[in-house]
Design a protein around this ligand. Structure first.
Ligand SMILES: *Cc1c(COP(=O)(O)O)cnc(C)c1O
Length: 325
């Protein structure tokens, strides 16, 4: 297990560029964007970086079958099926809820990409993984289980590596970033970014926007802290982290997971209509709403450089047709 042992799934580095029109609207700030919506794997997203490590591990263990779980509109599931296709493995998805009459968005794409779909009703977070694994193993399949959201130590490697990529781009563009905004949900993106900043000695203040209100207060912070401790051990780092060192902005999650409000809709339309860049209703729309709120209310220091890390999610828009109107 090391940072170089990964399976090639995307086009890296993803672009880093300025949002010129948006920066003109907020004259106190220079606004930049990191385009992980453009990773290239079946319409892109942040799970591509995690899957480069998770799929390599499955291949190293001679697996021929992958199982993962998520929501029906899970970007993680869609990219996992695509990654399994590239690696020549069969992919099973455990999806919460009942099978819909018509497939759209990520669910439709997961089907097109060849997923074996299992609708698991009330069990929304992969509770049935062990049963399915046993069943597939009884058919002599060699099964790799990829955790919910791809969030374990190996998944976080994707974003440790992404910070090296960002640092190189900043040097090349002679640029300094003061704040980084992004959507945080299952933990490994944020853990990877935090470890990466230490590891590669890049200084920027993180403002991770919490997406899923359903988690008890402190729960996601604990997951992130555990991942950080695991990788500190792994890489023999010795910076002390406590729960209060984990930043997480919980002011924008009131509507709950997957419920798009007028605020997200306005944020999505703002970026679309100033820069021609598409966000998504669940994650990046909410994170961008949070960032715009910070900029409007000048909650961060003027004259600073701000980065929005776009983590993908485009296909989910097609599941919110009426609400986006
Ligand atoms: C999964 C996902 C996130 C959150 O990443 P985590 O590592 O789960 O915190 C953000 N944006 C999009 C579009 C995602 O699919």
């Amino acid at each position: 297990m090391d940072l170089d042992n990964k399976f090639d799934l995307g086009f890296f580095p993803t672009p880093l560029h300025k949002l010129n029109n948006l920066s003109e609207k907020f004259t106190d700030y220079q606004i930049f964007i990191k385009r992980d919506d453009q990773t290239g794997l079946a319409s892109g997203g942040n799970k591509t970086r995690k899957l480069e490590y998770l799929i390599q591990k499955a291949l190293d263990e001679n697996c021929d079958t992958v199982i993962t779980a998520g929501a029906q509109q899970s970007n993680h599931c869609r990219q996992t099926v695509a990654a399994s296709a590239v690696a020549g493995m069969e992919c099973h998805l455990l999806l919460g809820g009942e099978e819909p009459k018509e497939y759209n968005g990520n669910l439709l794409l997961s089907h097109v990409l060849g997923a074996k779909l299992h609708f698991t009703g009330e069990n929304r977070k992969g509770e049935d993984i062990e049963d399915l694994k046993n069943e597939l193993e009884s058919e002599n399949k060699k099964v790799a289980v990829i955790p919910y959201g791809g969030s374990n130590l190996l998944g976080s490697f994707g974003y440790i590596n992404a910070i090296k990529e960002l640092k190189d781009q900043l040097l090349e563009q002679n640029l300094n970033i003061d704040y980084i905004f992004f959507a945080s949900s299952s933990g490994a993106t944020q853990a990877g970014i935090m470890i990466g900043l230490d590891f590669y000695d890049l200084k920027a203040k993180l403002i991770p926007i919490n997406i899923d209100k359903a988690e008890a207060e402190g729960f996601l912070e604990q997951i992130i802290l555990d991942l950080i401790h695991e990788s500190e051990q792994f890489f023999h780092l010795n910076k002390e982290y406590r729960i209060n060192d984990i930043p997480l902005e919980r002011n924008f999650d009131k509507a709950g997971y997957g419920n798009m409000t007028g605020e997200e809709k306005e944020a999505i339309k703002t970026l679309a209509q100033t820069e021609g860049i598409l966000l998504d209703p669940v994650y990046t729309g909410r994170a961008f709403y949070g960032m715009l709120d910070y900029l409007k209310k000048k909650k961060i220091k003027p004259k600073s450089n701000v980065l929005f890390w776009h983590t993908g999610g485009l296909p989910a828009n097609f599941n919110y047709g009426k609400e986006l109107f």
